[in-house]
Design a protein around this ligand. Structure first.
Ligand code: HEM
Length: 333
């Protein structure tokens, strides 16, 4: 099986577009469009993300400890306070899905230092992926839609770590008490020729108890819990980095790095504002994992390139739909 990527465009560090072409062994080329067609399903929800469609916006500050400054020249890893825009979401293409029922919860952030060196991050609750290539990820998405996931896992032994995690994971009653993982590895870079492979996680620092009872019949139960919790006080996460060693393969997101690896806290992500997604400034953002500041670089993990391509395609579709809706709306006023 052969996969290749052509960089179609890379404009500054703000927008990256990749054309993904992979041979699935069927003679058909797999593109970002194919990914997004599959993810959106037969009836697309116009104007919404084709994956992680349901969510809400948050804003806050990252209080950087500076502990990672010896590894990276990234502005936000130098000690200080840096604003961020974020988004909590659930996996899936339905913006009206009941949030308590989703198997995967997510936290995305865009760090905004004064230098315009944005850092966009999208994290999920599992620490690993079931499969390590875009082609197999596509087949996994098909298996989910065909209700043949057990058979898919049986045919893909590399899914072992994911299956083990899933068997012990218990969803919590709050977005604020989940642990969110980068899953893919990246490099921290300080000087030319010097780099350190890392993965990271946002680890909850609960400072208040649940502020409202969860109504399990409410499709927005988790969102309401979060808004109520925030009204009662700030929500914070410790941003923890795990350093890879020579024994770890940074290009294979199916493997869990050992607990014995060095962990360093980069600081605290403090959330002080939450907004409905249609009113919030996270909605128009694409949390492309390849929008990285100087001092952080992608590994060769092929999933990262596929993600950037698919996020761009999903963003292109929903941005166009929002524009068309607003033009049609104006004509009727
Ligand atoms: C080949 C694998 C993947 C594909 C094709 C894919 C595809 C997508 C797409 C199309 C979107 C919507 C983008 C938008 O319209 O802005 C999205 C959102 C998202 N993805 Fe993935 N994804 C992949 C892997 C991952 C992984 C490994 C993670 C976690 C580390 C992840 C986390 C997220 C999150 C958190 C969002 C929502 C971001 C937001 O709030 O806007 N995805 N994904």
């Amino acid at each position: 099986m052969r996969a290749y990527f052509m960089v179609a465009a890379l404009v500054g560090s703000v927008s990256a577009a990749f054309l993904l072409a992979a041979n699935l062994g069927t003679g058909n080329a797999l593109s970002a469009q194919d990914f997004v067609d599959l993810q959106q399903g037969s009836t697309a929800h116009a104007g919404f993300r084709r994956a992680h469609a349901k969510g809400f916006c948050v804003a806050g500050d990252f209080i950087s400890s500076g502990a990672l400054a010896p590894f990276s020249s990234a502005a936000v890893l130098q000690a200080g306070r840096y604003p961020f825009i974020g988004r909590f979401s659930i996996a899936g293409n339905n913006p009206l899905a009941p949030d308590l029922k989703a198997p995967v919860r997510s936290f995305a952030i865009t760090l905004l230092p004064e230098t315009a060196q944005q850092w966009r991050i999208a994290m999920n609750t599992p620490p690993v992926l079931a499969v390590g290539t875009p082609e197999k990820f596509y087949l996994q998405l098909q298996a989910i839609q065909n209700n043949s996931v057990p058979q898919f896992f049986a045919e893909h032994p590399e899914s072992q770590a994911f299956v083990k995690w899933r068997s012990t994971y218990q969803a919590s009653s709050s977005f604020a008490s989940e642990r969110y993982h980068s899953i893919n590895a990246f490099y921290l870079q300080k000087a030319a020729g010097q780099q350190q492979a890392v993965k990271w996680a946002a680890v909850p620092m609960l400072t208040s108890t649940i502020s409202s009872e969860l109504d399990e019949t409410d499709a927005d139960a988790l969102q309401k819990e979060f808004f109520a919790r925030l009204n009662a006080g700030m929500v914070s996460f410790d941003w923890q980095f795990t350093l890879g060693t020579d024994a770890d393969d940074e290009n294979n997101a199916t493997v869990l790095w050992p607990d014995s690896n060095v962990q360093i806290s980069a600081g605290t992500l403090q959330i002080h504002q939450a907004t409905e997604q249609l009113d919030g400034n996270c909605n128009a953002l694409n949390f492309d994992p390849l929008v990285l500041p100087r001092g952080v670089a992608p590994t060769a993990d092929p999933i990262l390139r596929a993600r950037a391509a698919a996020y761009a395609e999903s963003h292109r579709r929903r941005a166009r739909e929002v524009l068309v809706q607003s033009v049609v709306g104006d004509q009727h006023e």
